[in-house]
Design a protein around this ligand. Structure first.
Ligand code: SME
Length: 150
């Protein structure tokens, strides 16, 4: 029987905790975290953008090539950074200002990685299906983002 989304996240959390504990370099950890999530769920695109000065700069990811820089407040990623909160988009074509790095993406979740009171990066996941992400994804991906912010 196929595992539920919740079961998959639950089994990944200890793995991700170990990845975070074993490595000090944030970029290296982001690389493995994006791989673990991508491989486990079969998402279309899974990766990080890091806050560098006034924009988001592409970090470690899995999937097709993507836009390299996103300004503050732009797209789903820049908006999640600005609002300091997770954004779930069931249909990206209806999100005003959505940045289409790939025309195959139809839904998206962006989770800020917050250290102290500052967003230091965002975790962005894209799906080819509509309405892929829900409160279960938010719950577990926010826990993963918190681990990365330690
Ligand atoms: N769709 C994002 C841009 C990043 S790509 O999806 C990888 C956005 O609107 O911010």
């Amino acid at each position: 029987m196929a595992s539920s989304k919740q079961e998959i996240y639950r089994s990944l959390l200890p793995q991700i905790e170990a990845l975070v504990q074993d490595e000090d370099d944030l970029v290296a950890t982001m690389a493995n975290v994006s791989s673990v999530l991508h491989e486990s769920f079969g998402f279309w695109w899974t990766g990080f953008y890091r806050v560098i000065e006034k924009e988001l700069v592409l970090g470690p990811f899995q999937g097709p090539i993507a836009c390299t820089r996103i300004p503050y407040g732009k797209g789903v990623c820049g908006t999640a950074w600005q609002r300091n909160e997770t954004i779930i988009v069931g249909n990206v074509h209806l999100f005003e200002g959505h940045i289409a790095c790939s025309s195959a993406s139809n839904s998206e979740i962006v989770v800020p990685v917050i250290r102290g009171d500052k967003v230091i990066a965002v975790l962005d996941i894209d799906s080819r299906e509509y309405d892929t992400f829900d409160e279960t994804d938010r719950h577990y991906l926010e826990q993963i983002a918190q681990l990365l912010a330690q």
